[in-house]
Design a protein around this ligand. Structure first.
Ligand SMILES: *[C@@H]1O[C@H](CO)[C@@H](O)[C@H](O)[C@H]1NC(C)=O
Ligand SMILES: *[C@@H]1O[C@H](CO)[C@@H](O)[C@H](O)[C@H]1NC(C)=O
Length: 425
């Protein structure tokens, strides 16, 4: 019922806070660490142990892993997205209120239960919202919207943050505690709704938090607030995910999508989750309107981008394959916009799971199997033969029938539709 209501509300609310043109990435501030020597810096994946480790165990005894990919070694400093796995945000640890200037934030919960608090700068679609999500749940925070989140489960919380902006701007913009610690007392007490006397007592505590990512909620003071159900900013998997049964996406895999169509609040980011049987693979695909990042959730995978980022007259990188072997949990791969990629389970004996997060709300996929080659029902076999190094298409009766249908049937349109264009998937 709540969900139906949200779908009805969405068109009105979205108009008020949505930036126009969101079918394509919103322009972001560029990273300031481009590598001059593009050819020597074409690295597209980063393993967890190569990432920047910004952890501190001041709040969570036993290590809080707060990782972020190093921008200058990822896609020659030109990656438009950032991945930040967080491991063991312990029970009652809260990520301090903050926001990001230039990146929206997507998160995938790997373990634990998180309560998230998000504030709208405009009061639309609500002033402030609280939602609680468990494993497999996701959240979306628009850029510039203050947020905090507290781990409310004893086992602690592990999650993968993905930003649709380069690392240089995504990590840690505007911690509200810092701002308050630096304000003149008159301004600070007024904006906190306190007397000068009350602020004089409170201020030292604020200052003590300056610069830290995490603090701790006092469990004795914690209360469960009513959840925002009309247009939630954080959602459990079972409320949003849909299985993608498009033919040709791979073998030995199950694919699950969350686009804006399923998660209306997430206007500028989206996710495909892929579950691999041993040896299964996600077939070659080109995303035509967005870059993407893949993060491994469990098991091990091999993955590649077919072509890296070219620069100027250096055409080399766009015709190379950049392959990563045996990526494990929290290792991440950046797929530049319109470069093909494939992913396969690496061991042949174990299952695996990954998420692929896109920098738009509705990614467009050109699947290699249905978009190209002999099995493309609208293909021109002679063209493939000529341009693909002499590959001869087999003349199976099914393929011949499909091509004939395309020529003669009045409703041939239906064959020509890209299955992945369907926003319901
Ligand atoms: C990250 O840093 C923390 C704090 O220094 C440390 O305890 C932890 O072992 C580091 N994690 C990794 C994977 O290196
Ligand atoms: C999502 O799941 C968690 C537990 O995994 C639960 O605590 C929470 O209430 C759920 N939220 C909604 C909106 O159903």
């Amino acid at each position: 019922m709540a969900w139906v209501f949200s779908l009805v509300l969405f068109p009105v609310a979205a108009q008020l806070y949505e930036e126009p043109g969101s079918a394509f990435p919103t322009p972001t501030v560029e990273s300031n660490c481009f590598q001059d020597n593009l050819a020597d810096n074409q690295v597209y994946y980063q393993k967890l142990d190569q990432m920047f480790n910004g952890s501190s165990d001041a709040i969570c005894p036993k290590t809080l892993g707060l990782f972020v990919n190093k921008p200058c070694t990822w896609a020659a400093g030109k990656a438009t997205m950032t991945v930040a796995p967080v491991i063991n945000q312990c029970h009652w640890a809260i990520r301090n209120f903050h926001w990001h200037d230039s990146s929206d934030e997507w998160s995938y919960m790997v373990q634990g239960v998180m309560q998230v608090i998000l504030t709208s700068p405009t009061g639309v679609p609500w002033h402030s919202a609280v939602n609680t999500i468990g494993p497999g749940g996701v959240w979306f925070f628009p850029r510039g919207w203050p947020h905090a989140f507290v781990c409310v489960s004893e086992e602690g919380c592990n999650y993968v943050l993905t930003f649709n902006g380069p690392q240089a701007v995504a990590v840690n913009d505007h911690m509200i505690a810092e701002t308050y610690a630096q304000l003149p007392d008159k301004i600070a007490s007024y904006s906190m709704g306190m007397s000068m006397g009350e602020w004089a007592t409170a201020k030292p505590k604020v200052a003590a938090n300056t610069g830290t990512f995490f603090t701790r909620v006092d469990p004795a003071k914690f209360t469960w607030l009513p959840e925002e159900n009309a247009e939630p900013a954080a959602v459990n998997r079972s409320d949003v995910e849909v299985e993608d049964t498009t033919p040709g996406v791979g073998q030995g895999i199950q694919v699950f999508n969350i686009r804006t169509a399923q998660f209306p609040f997430a206007t500028r980011m989206s996710q495909q989750r892929i579950v691999f049987q041993p040896g299964g693979f996600r077939n070659l695909v080109w995303i035509t309107n967005a870059a993407a990042t893949m993060t491994v959730i469990s098991g091990h995978v091999n993955a590649a981008t077919q072509g890296g980022i070219s620069g100027g007259f250096d055409q080399g990188p766009s015709s190379k394959s950049y392959v990563a072997k045996s990526l494990g949990p929290y290792d991440a791969f950046y797929f530049p916009i319109r470069r093909g990629y494939w992913i396969e389970e690496a061991t042949g004996t174990e299952p695996a799971e990954v998420i692929v997060v896109f920098e738009v709300g509705n990614w467009k996929a050109l699947e290699a199997k249905t978009g190209f080659g002999c099995s493309n029902p609208v293909g021109a076999p002679w063209a493939y033969e000529a341009t693909a190094g002499g590959i001869e298409c087999p003349s199976s009766p099914e393929l011949i029938q499909r091509r004939n249908l395309r020529r003669h049937e009045p409703d041939a349109q239906s064959f020509m539709q890209q299955p992945a264009e369907n926003p319901e998937l």
